[in-house]
Design a binder for this molecule. Structure first.
Ligand code: PLP
Length: 272
């Protein structure tokens, strides 16, 4: 496989990062991740915008324009024959004398196999484990996922798919997904302390009637339907939170309809 490392495309096994890079020492870096389908990078423009925004907000130097990044990505898709796969863009904080001040970092763009949830999860839904937590600098896609990685041992042991973060009774998101709630046939989703997901954005286009508002943990537990959204999960129904069943514990009609619409939208993009 080939990847883009710093300033050129090279065989992936030759890519390296300096051990004193503050991406490693301090966890200071940013990334983004998207999918290809039939060799097309889906919603690439949105992912590039978010990556460029994350770099600017974290004061990291990104030496390529949006168009140049897109060209690098199209080149990698061809060279790696990436019909269906994931692509990760990563920008580190760079080697820094004081181990603190970002310098010119290293840019890596590489391809990955996709790890979708199993078909039965789309049929029966998944469980989330609620946990009191709020992500720091939530709207920047930083590489620092120390807390989710550390905590994953707990939700895995509980048979959950992931967590549901809440703080002072107000929910935000899951560790790698956004959350939508349906009550009285009305869809709503929170807007604060979240990463603004590209999949969330697509769902808001498919269901423009969605209300963007603060939601309590009680709102979610009392909901008729709940689903989570992310690049690799797409729209994944949530049918249990902790020991509580959501609605009747089955996938609800509004979630089912949106899953269909999302599937159709993706298909029409490939055909166009
Ligand atoms: N929230 C967090 C914290 C994430 O890490 C992610 C994706 O990685 C998302 C939400 C979902 O975003 P997207 O739909 O762009 O994958």
């Amino acid at each position: 496989a080939f990847c883009f490392a710093i300033d050129k495309v090279i065989p992936s096994h030759l890519a390296s990062v300096h051990p004193m890079d503050i991406g490693l020492i301090r966890g200071y870096g940013i990334f983004d991740f998207f999918r290809t389908s039939h060799y097309q990078p889906l919603f690439l423009s949105d992912y590039l915008d978010r990556f460029i925004r994350s770099a600017a907000k974290t004061h990291l130097y990104l030496p390529y324009t949006k168009n140049e990044l897109a060209q690098i990505i199209h080149d990698l898709i061809q060279r790696n024959d990436l019909e269906f796969g994931g692509i990760r863009m990563l920008l580190t904080g760079g080697v820094s004398d004081n181990h603190f001040t970002p310098t010119q970092g290293s840019l890596f763009i590489f391809c990955e196999d996709l790890d979708f949830p199993s078909p039965s999860k789309y049929e029966y839904g998944v469980k989330l484990l609620s946990i009191e937590h709020v992500r720091a600098i939530a709207d920047i896609k930083t590489t620092n996922y120390a807390f989710p990685v550390w905590h994953s041992a707990i939700w895995k042991k509980e048979g959950a798919e992931d967590v549901l973060y809440h703080s002072n009774g107000i929910i935000s998101e899951s560790s790698r997904s956004n959350i939508f709630v349906i009550k009285n046939n009305k869809i709503s989703t929170p807007d604060k302390h979240i990463l603004h997901g590209i999949t969330r954005k697509r769902v808001l286009e498919l269901a423009p009637e969605t209300e963007i508002k603060e939601l309590s943990l009680k709102d979610v537990l009392d909901a008729e339907e709940v689903f989570m959204t992310s690049t690799t999960k797409k729209i994944l129904p949530v049918t249990q939170i902790d020991d509580r069943k959501i609605g009747d514990g089955k996938i609800g009609p509004i979630t089912g309809k949106l899953m269909e619409k999302f599937f159709e939208m993706e298909k029409s993009m490939i055909l166009s």
